[in-house]
Design a protein around this ligand. Structure first.
Ligand code: XUL
Ligand code: MN
Length: 345
């Protein structure tokens, strides 16, 4: 198998200003050009977008204005030699998504969510990417009795079908997350994402995106999620980061909380040849809130550094010795082999 050369990506939101539910921003807002320049300086190859990162105030724009804004961005990206990796509809901000987007109890709101998604596909077309990512932020319940979960599955399939028929070439990668902002999400894991794909009009074009922190929040090991998705040939993008236990989504630098879990994700990517079909390694990481302006890019640079060091650790792991220990069912020694390999000489 050809060894993949990894290509890296992040989104404008990954250079965030530090606001949290309890406090305001702590770093000054930066322009999109500043962020693109930062991405270039770091040597990343691609940028991922929400529809309104690409076309600000998208709901207020006519189709002609949307086209003009998206094409202007495409020119800017091309001039910088940067690819647009994906576009994701931001279906959690507008008041019409208050009670769910595709699964709102209000038909007018469901209609808005679908129309917004179709416009997101138009943006993707102008930016030259066929990948649409769906983080289904508000598709779930705060209160179980408030929604009919059986009907919500139908609504989700209807929305996916509308998107698939709007454009025959796009692929949809569902990014599952089990909770936050909802108490429970309707598609909490990769298994759910790949299962609902089978109910759509074109299952081959519905795949997934794994985010490490989301898998950990679901109580799963992200490495197993990677192996599972890649058994179906459906891991089309990846948000590597880290998460310390079951709490709010932390988006820590890759490997920051649990180096061994990060090592196993890299091993899973390596054994499945992730990247061979052009997939990007994206870091959905945020700076720690106290981060000074002069250290603003460090979480991205560090995540890539850790990733590449773990690629090296994965390739230099003593597989023969590991196999001998597995054969002997000496898992204590296998455990120590991994620990000492990660600790280094
Ligand atoms: C939310 C999250 C999003 C998606 C893109 O937890 O990860 O940033 O990756 O909408
Ligand atoms: Mn993400």
């Amino acid at each position: 198998m050809k060894t993949p050369r990894y290509k890296f990506c992040f989104g404008p939101w990954n250079l965030s200003e530090g606001q949290d539910p309890y406090g305001p921003p702590v770093r000054p807002p930066q322009s999109f050009d500043w962020k693109l320049d930062a991405l270039k300086r770091l040597g990343f190859e691609a940028m991922m977008f929400h529809d309104d990162d690409a076309v600000p105030d998208i709901d207020q724009k006519t189709d002609a204005q949307l086209r003009a804004a998206a094409r202007a961005l495409k020119r800017k990206l091309s001039d910088a030699g940067v690819t647009a990796e994906m576009v994701a509809p931001r279906l959690w901000f507008d008041p019409r998504t208050l009670d769910g987007a595709y699964t709102s109890n209000d038909p007018k709101c469901r209609r808005y969510a679908i129309e917004r998604s179709l416009r997101c596909i138009d943006v993707a077309n102008h930016l030259g990417t066929d990948l649409i990512v769906l983080w289904l932020a508000r598709e779930g319940s705060y209160l179980r009795e408030a929604k009919n979960a059986r009907r919500c599955v139908d609504y989700l399939v209807q929305a996916l079908d509308r998107m698939l028929s709007h454009d025959k070439r796009i692929r949809i990668a569902i990014e599952p997350k089990p909770n936050e902002p909802m108490d429970h999400a309707y598609l909490p894991t990769i298994g759910h994402a790949l299962a609902i794909a089978q109910l759509t009009r074109d299952p081959k074009r519905v795949g997934c995106l794994i985010e490490s922190a989301h898998a950990i929040l679901a109580g799963l090991d992200p490495a197993d999620e990677i192996d599972f998705a890649m058994s179906f040939g459906k891991l089309w993008s990846l948000h590597l980061n880290d998460q310390n236990g079951l709490k709010f989504d932390q988006d820590k630098p890759f490997g920051s909380a649990n180096l061994r879990v990060a090592f196993n994700q890299v091993r899973a990517l390596e054994r499945n040849g992730y990247g061979r079909r052009g997939e990007y390694v994206c870091f959905d990481v945020h700076p720690f809130r106290p981060t000074k302006v002069e250290h603003w890019l460090a979480h991205l640079e560090n995540s890539r550094r850790t990733f590449l060091k773990l690629v090296h650790k994965s390739r230099s792991f003593d597989e023969a010795q590991a196999q001998a220990l597995i054969k002997d069912r000496n898992y204590a020694a296998l455990d120590q082999l991994v620990i000492e390999h990660l600790l280094g000489k």
